[in-house]
Design a protein around this ligand. Structure first.
Ligand code: AMP
Ligand code: MG
Length: 407
């Protein structure tokens, strides 16, 4: 039996970051930037109005008040994107819209609310200092500045930033394509009728969603039964489109452990490092991992909670590494345990739980059901209490480490 850390280290030693690609912005969404992106120009590129109003020389309106408004002739309109009025002499004004370039000579904007809104002449009832309501060139970004760093995940705000500095394409490590396959002769598609002894496949749906939560692309495969040749053919067929494959089931000590059988003996000409073993954890003890023709394959146990916990502990960090990100575990908090718990000696124990937060402190309550087939206590959990290998009796009130699950 190897430790959780040893198994994870083996996986992280075997997976490689995907090569970067040049992608159009929206194709790059969710990818990880593989170059630092600099602004070729300042943002804003020119001084412009922060308001709809009137461009003025501030000194002209210094004496304006409600009792003694200043009236100025309006020489034209300046809309955003318009180069109509490019300069202004003292004693004149121009209507200006938000985002329109300031005309040379003007040094302030009077918001329309401080005026009568006139189009030939305008009455201004309040003064303002020079610089008022002007967005200065470069006050967002200076030319040459890195606006999105290498290694950043491209979410909505980052894509907006890249577009704002004029990039149509960027170099990214794309989201890994992960094929998810449930094995088991007893499995039926949700929606299908069950015969005696059959159950609906939950793992492949759960893990395809977990792949997406981890920032990769999930492709669910139809379930396959317990025929090794069928499982082998499906795996080989998927190799071409998968950056990684996740299977569930068929890796324990039963008489028909199909995934183990597939990899039991190397086929001539088939490059496989897939190996099986026991990892000192609960749930999730039977594990397998390796490369098949260079593609990482995670063979997770079949019990749904085992599969889920294994995914979060082993697959998620590996998918991050494949995106060139640090293979961080899920974030943890320290919390006060609400009940006594027992933990198996020598195994790292992951207990489904719910966190609470009161007066600056986290508390955590373990779920009543902790069987690895009991999916409901996972679906109502928000976290996993992580008890170290040497913990046995952990009394209520202890400080424990709690892994937050993605929500
Ligand atoms: P196995 O490791 O294939 O022996 O499966 C262990 C347990 O998990 C058995 O009770 C299976 O019926 C169950 N199981 C395996 N795969 C799935 C699945 N995709 N969805 C739900 N339960 C599963
Ligand atoms: Mg099975």
């Amino acid at each position: 039996m190897i430790s959780v850390d040893e198994h994870l280290a083996g996986i992280l030693g075997a997976v490689r970051a995907l090569p970067p690609l040049e992608l159009a912005l929206l194709e790059a969404a969710g990818g990880v930037l593989a170059e630092p992106v600099e602004a070729p120009v300042a943002l804003p590129p020119f001084d412009n109005s922060a308001m709809d109003g009137y461009a003025v020389v501030a000194a002209d309106v210094a004496g304006a008040s409600a009792d003694a408004p200043v009236t100025l002739p309006v020489i034209g309109d300046i809309a955003a994107g318009d180069a109509g009025v490019t300069a202004l002499r003292p004693g004149l004004t121009a209507r200006i819209m938000t985002g329109a370039a300031m005309p040379a000579g003007a040094d302030a904007v009077i918001p329309v609310e401080w005026t009568d809104g006139g189009t030939a002449t305008v009455r201004i009832t309040r003064p303002c200092p020079p610089g008022h309501y002007i967005r200065r060139s470069g006050e967002d970004v200076v030319a040459g500045q890195v606006v999105v760093a290498e290694g950043a995940r491209l979410g909505a705000a980052q894509l907006g930033m890249l577009a704002a500095v004029g990039r149509s394409h960027v170099r990214v490590r794309p989201r890994p394509r992960v094929v998810v396959l449930s094995t088991g002769a007893e499995l039926r598609e949700p929606g299908a009728k069950l015969a005696p002894g059959q159950i609906w496949d939950s793992n492949s749906f759960m893990l395809t969603a977990a792949v997406e939560e981890a920032g990769a692309k999930g492709y669910r495969q139809a379930t396959v039964g317990d025929e090794p040749e069928e499982v082998r053919a499906t795996l080989l067929d998927q190799l071409g489109r998968a950056d990684a494959i996740v299977t569930t089931g068929g890796v324990s000590m039963g008489a028909r452990d199909v995934v183990k059988e597939v990899f039991a003996e190397a086929r001539p000409g088939e490059a496989s490092t897939v190996a099986f073993g026991k990892v000192a954890m609960r749930p999730g003890k039977p594990q397998g991992f390796g490369l098949l023709e260079g593609v990482p394959i995670f063979t997770l146990p079949g019990n749904p909670v085992s599969a889920y916990v294994s995914f979060q502990v082993f697959v998620r960090p590996a998918l991050r590494a494949m995106q060139g990100l640090p293979p961080e575990p899920l974030p943890t908090v320290t919390a006060v345990l609400a009940e006594d718990v027992r933990s198996p000696a020598g195994l790292r124990h992951f207990l489904r739980a719910r966190l609470s937060y009161e007066r600056g402190h986290y508390g955590v309550a373990p779920a009543e059901s902790q069987g690895s087939h009991q999916l409901q206590s996972l679906s109502s959990a928000d976290s996993l209490i992580v008890l170290p290998e040497d913990a046995e009796d952990v009394p209520a009130g202890s400080q424990v480490e709690v892994m937050r699950l993605p929500s």
